[in-house]
Ligand binder design. Structure first.
Ligand code: GAR
Length: 209
């Protein structure tokens, strides 16, 4: 059977991308990484892709800045690339742009995101800082399907991470990140095995066939 073809969108250092690459190489994700796309020319994620012989593509948001709806125009360009690489599943991995309905409708229930908090707490930017400022004792990370509401889509898997005395944004982020690297590959493999069933806003994980 053909392997599921994955496309990753990333804006930064790409440690979650690396976790996906490592899981594919280890055989714990039985899919193929077809392309990595970034909105940032210097994103280290692109370098990681290159090092592993994966197509790396920088799409410049400035190239569509003069269009009537630049965000949608940009997502149309992304879609063209994903289509040309026959991508079936899209992973947002530290992708710091809001995805428009153009992409969401092109990939219904086939876009996942990882977020560094226990959603629905602390959506949006600087989730780890939000958690520290709020004074929560437990935070964590969430993999969810992407819908039109930011960080609102059905939750696939979460990991809880304690906040400890003296934590800074950096120490907490690092502790959360280690869990991100565990749960993102897990969610992807569940998808690959066809085990994710969406019921309303709940995701059921069915038994392994
Ligand atoms: C990760 O912590 C990810 O959860 C977060 O950005 C970081 C990217 O790290 N994403 C968001 O905050 C999305 N709202 P990485 O580039 O090393 O994977």
């Amino acid at each position: 059977m053909d392997k599921v073809r994955i496309g990753v969108l990333a804006s930064g250092r790409g440690s979650n991308l690396q976790a996906i690459i490592d899981a594919i190489n280890a055989g714990t994700i039985t899919a193929q990484l077809a392309v990595v796309i970034s909105n940032k020319v210097n994103a280290y994620a692109l370098e990681r892709a290159r090092r592993h012989g994966i197509a790396d593509i920088f799409l410049d948001p400035a190239s569509v800045a003069d269009q009537p709806n630049p965000r949608e125009a940009y997502d149309r360009k992304i879609f063209e690339v994903l289509k040309s690489y026959q991508v079936e599943l899209v992973l947002l991995a530290g992708y710091m742009r809001i995805v428009t309905p153009i992409l969401i409708q092109a990939y219904p229930w086939r876009i996942m995101n990882i977020h560094p908090s226990l959603l629905p707490a602390f959506p949006g930017l600087q989730a780890q800082k939000q958690a520290l400022d709020w004074g929560v004792k437990i935070t964590g990370c969430t993999v969810h399907f992407v819908t039109e509401g930011v960080d609102e889509g059905p939750i696939i898997v979460q990991a809880a991470v304690p906040v400890v005395e003296g934590d800074t944004v950096e120490t907490l982020s690092e502790r959360i990140l280690a869990h991100e690297h565990q749960i993102y590959p897990l969610a992807v493999q569940w998808y690959v095995e066809g085990r994710l069933r969406i019921e309303g806003r709940c995701v059921r994980i069915t038994q392994k066939p």
